[in-house]
Design a protein around this ligand. Sequence first.
Ligand SMILES: *Cc1c(COP(=O)(O)O)cnc(C)c1O
Length: 362
Amino acid sequence: MNKLHLHLANLDHNFGLIRKQLSSNTAIFGVVKAWAYGSDMIKIAKRLEQIGVDYLAVAYAEEGKILREGGINIPILVFYPQIKGLQAIIDYKLEPSLYSTLLLEKFRCLLKQKKSKHYPVHIKYNTGLNRVGFNPNQANWVLEQFKEEEFDLKTVYSHLATSESSENKTNNSKQIKTFLALKKQHEDNANSNPKFHLLNSSGIFKNTKYEFDAVRCGIALHGFSNYPHLDQKLKPLASLHTIISQIHMVKKGDNVGYDLGWKASKDSIIATLPIGHADGIGRHFGNEKAWVSVNGISAPIVGNVCMDMIMIDVSGISCKEEDIVVVFGPDQNASEFAISAGTISYEVLSGIGPRVKRIIHS
Ligand SMILES: *Cc1c(COP(=O)(O)O)cnc(C)c1O
């Protein structure tokens, strides 16, 4: 009944558009973490491999393992491997981001035990997001670590805190300045010869000047750049469909849903849809914050979102039980749906629950 339709032709289109945006020798990391933003990680990764992505990237080692078991052969960067994930990194030929002394030393220990040499690794610096990464003042220590031959330093990277917003450019440029200094430090040091990358999707469309050797691209592959004017050129991959389970006539003054969340101000027609917060429609979408599309007409979500269901007001809309309802799709994309409830496309897409069937259209 609930289906997330995924149009791979749109992935091809978005990838092509991103490719065109960049200089031809800039590599693309296709970011497929979190089940490829809630879609289908293996199918998306396979398609990206086919259309020529240079690298894949995931958040955790377990995700890389699933990709390898699914038959993916191209290099996979793991952004946040965790100490517990290091063994899987080696077992599945994944490439870790090393972002702390503890993680780096543990990984080297493991490589020494296995007498493994020249293992491909990546160094992440914290230039201002204050999430993960070596402090820039640790760069000398980091550089020292590449004297020995356990590691082959593939890339050095950082992540911008404000690549999305047009304000707060100062912070962005502060981070860029710090990154440029780190880049120089690494280039001046003979212990390694890495490539450099900084930008995610929104950076690709805004700061191509700083594309360096590669970009890391996730949400733009799914059709969103975080800039509404550019979203028109990209094509959303996903449409979320449900159906009408039941229709009720309610009288003026009647309530709908838990905690009497909605009260009919006039006689109304209410449709119940079998999709709820367990499927990724969080409670913040309820109480007329968001709408869905019923036979091309928008119908507000009324009352509180339940675990398995939502109710919508279909007064004046021609519809019947079993009709298809589009939660997001051509009439309103996932980003617009997200914004209506004060969230972002990333949260809506990655939060779509496992009960929703993924349908691939190649
Ligand atoms: C998730 C992630 C990305 C991808 O970001 P998008 O905005 O989806 O392109 C890039 N880099 C890092 C470090 C990430 O964690």
